[in-house]
Design a protein around this ligand. Structure first.
Ligand SMILES: Nc1ncnc2c1ncn2[C@@H]1O[C@H](COP(=O)(O)OP(=O)(O)OP(=O)(O)O)[C@@H](O)[C@H]1O
Ligand SMILES: [Zn+2]
Length: 643
């Protein structure tokens, strides 16, 4: 440390940290203790109780306050003479433009989602400021360095697709608890408490008069004359009883599968719902919605207990009741949130009852919450190690020590007795549309697809643009902005509903579209190829973008000198944010992302687990959520991303 304090590069540096969460708290502390004197922090969040176990700059009394502000105050207490400038804001706000980024010598990311990471990557490229990027998932972590024109950018490598499940597995033939969780969270919870206009694959087929009157009434709507318990029991009997009976009537489905068992609430819980500790009224009366809890009202104390079917039934009915009794205004607008206790209780109970019906082992609320929230429990030590590595790379950046830049991966199990694996960075990917401005091509049915589809699925979702402008030659087809005239807004709104070939400047096969985001200073040229047909299963968006996601063809140098903590190795491990990846432990020649990196000096018999392939579940990006993928005959063919 002492030598760092004397480094003029460190002292003079102005650094921007984005994210003051698990990694960010560690990073800010390490920067301050390493002699950095001018640190700016952006974080849009406030402190939650669940942050306190690892975000050690925060205390119980800070809950609800800005992370960036509290982190600054906490560090100034032991480093009072340095300058820390906090911004309680979203890094995507327009204030944080290229000019803002240009004032920094290096940007350090401690973020938790792909969208923000991509945005910062683009601003760093535009401002020509090096970026040190990071991520952790449990024991796994990595730190990567990105310098325009010298190393690959954050987006040079394709990001993995989120985990998908066929819709029929979720709606009809679950075989794992996670299938029941997805059903409870993304179908049942969404149906009962979410936006009614959203498409939902929850099976609502019903011919039974009591469940589905001929007038087409939605069985999930509460009837006028129904009290909450009657409503809850009707829903329960419909989804766990009646729907299962309907499913059983299709003999073909169950030929090679275990038949599920219909469950009716009267069989599990014959009497009226009663409260073990009788404090339901108290929990209903509270003003603090986050404290409304079925567990409290039913006297269930330990979230790690696995509830019986009767307990799950009680929790199901009680949490539904509590939603109506104390959160009725939110009904219709709710989406599942892992930090919403009542939502987690409802989803746990619903998933468990479904699991019981399908003969799948039941799980505790603690486990169910982890699965539903895609939670891999954070390991404070990994965050601390990663923060240390960020500072090491930041110092190399400041000293312009490019030859020693390293991408470093934290492993869960030692490989060659190493838990940290440093790798030399790749050169920029020449087909990356972000840093190499390489043109893209889009196969699309120009007679069927609307401009809106193109904007939502390609420009926003795939290209990650926030404020796009779309041009065909000199004709502006679409634009987002605060200063637009009313007639322009009306024009663009009308354009959104037109199919591409019928736009004022017709977009057909052979057209080159230019898409630009002024804030990110990113321009992409997209060559349009008209295609009539798409495979609904494999290409559910009805369009295919290519030209960018390929891995670079060339590698920097196969025989570079190796670096490491006590050993010599060089391999590229999964990029952060990957959901389920194969981590290939060191081998003579490891193929990653279509590239081969040779690893001289490593022989096959040096480790027991040589060449072993570990399956890892890397799920730290909140937005890379579970996805239901339609692929069965009973359902419409489409793909959905579910929150
Ligand atoms: N667009 C953004 N702008 C500013 N800050 C962001 C943005 N996206 C994410 N962040 C911040 O990045 C930090 C990431 O920290 P971390 O991964 O520890 O997540 P967390 O929200 O603190 O914890 P958890 O998700 O486990 O409850 C968070 O504090 C979050 O507010
Ligand atoms: Zn790139």
């Amino acid at each position: 440390m002492a030598s760092l304090h004397h480094s003029s590069a460190v002292k003079a540096a102005k650094v921007l940290m984005v994210g003051a969460g698990g990694i960010g708290c560690e990073l800010l502390k390490t920067l301050a203790l390493s002699g950095f004197q001018d640190i700016h922090i952006i974080d849009m969040d406030t402190i939650e109780v669940s942050n306190l176990n690892r975000q050690f700059l925060f205390r119980q009394s800070h809950v609800g306050q800005s992370k960036a502000m509290v982190a600054r105050d906490a560090v100034l207490r032991f480093r009072p003479n340095i300058s820390i400038t906090p911004y309680h804001a979203n890094v995507k706000d327009s204030d944080f433009n290229v000019e803002f980024f240009k004032q920094f010598n290096v940007v350090l990311n401690g973020l938790d989602n792909l969208e923000a990471r991509r945005h910062v990557n683009r601003l760093c490229l535009a401002a020509e400021v090096p970026l040190v990027e990071s991520g952790t998932t449990g024991f796994l972590g990595q730190v990567t360095v990105h310098a325009k024109g010298k190393t690959e950018c954050y987006e040079c490598q394709p990001k993995p697709a989120p985990k998908t499940y066929p819709v029929c597995t979720i709606t009809s033939t679950p075989s794992k608890f996670v299938h029941c969780i997805v059903w409870a969270k993304d179908l049942l919870f969404a149906k009962l408490f979410g936006d009614k206009n959203q498409e939902n694959d929850l099976n609502v087929r019903s011919s039974d008069a009591s469940n589905s009157p001929e007038n087409g009434e939605d069985v999930f709507e509460r009837r006028d004359n129904e009290n909450i318990e009657q409503y809850g029991r009707r829903i329960y009997d419909h989804v766990f009883g009646y729907n299962i009976e309907v499913a059983l009537s299709n003999q073909e489905t169950w030929k090679n599968r275990n038949r599920p068992k219909p469950i009716y609430s009267r069989d599990v819980l014959p009497g009226k719902l009663n409260h073990q500790n009788g404090n339901v009224d108290k929990s209903c009366a509270t003003d603090d919605l986050s404290s409304v809890s079925t567990m409290a009202s039913l006297g269930l104390k330990n979230p790690q207990d696995v509830w019986s079917l009767a307990e799950n039934t009680r929790v199901f009915l009680e949490s539904l009741k509590l939603f109506f009794a104390s959160r009725e205004k939110e009904i219709g607008n709710l989406s599942f949130d892992k930090d919403d206790q009542l939502a987690v209780e409802f989803v746990t109970a619903a998933a468990n009852i479904r699991a019981a019906s399908f003969g799948i082992p039941l799980h505790s609320l603690f486990e169910a919450k982890g699965i539903a929230g895609n939670i891999v429990h954070a390991v404070a030590t990994t965050n601390a190690v990663v923060a240390g590595l960020i500072v090491i790379e930041a110092i190399k950046v400041l000293k312009k020590d490019i030859d020693n830049y390293r991408m470093t991966y934290c492993l869960e199990h030692p490989s060659k007795k190493m838990l940290l694996m440093p790798v030399e960075p790749f050169e920029p990917n020449k087909s990356c549309c972000v840093c190499s401005k390489s043109p893209l091509s889009l196969e699309i049915n120009t007679h069927h697809s609307k401009l809106r589809d193109f904007v939502e699925k390609i420009v926003k979702a795939e290209l990650g643009m926030n404020s796009p402008i779309i041009m065909h030659g000199v004709t502006l087809l679409y634009e987002v902005g605060d200063d637009l005239e009313e007639d322009m807004i009306a024009n663009y709104t009308a354009n959104l509903e037109k199919v591409l070939s019928e736009l004022p400047s017709s977009v057909i096969g052979g057209t080159m579209l230019t898409v630009e985001d002024l804030q990110q200073e990113l321009t992409c040229n997209i060559y349009i190829k008209h295609r009539e047909e798409f495979d609904e299963e494999k290409e559910p968006d009805g369009m295919v973008l290519s030209g960018w996601t390929q891995a670079p063809l060339e590698k920097k140098d196969d025989n570079k000198k190796l670096v490491g903590n006590g050993g010599s190795t060089s391999t590229a491990l999964p990029t952060e944010g990957q959901k389920e990846v194969e981590l290939v432990e060191i081998s003579e020649e490891t193929e990653i992302s279509g590239k081969k990196r040779k690893q001289p000096g490593i022989s096959g018999d040096e480790t027991n687990n040589h060449n072993e392939i570990q399956k890892l579940d890397v799920v730290d990006d909140g937005e890379d959520d579970l996805v239901i993928l339609d692929q069965c005959d009973i359902d419409k063919k489409k793909k959905k991303r579910l929150q």
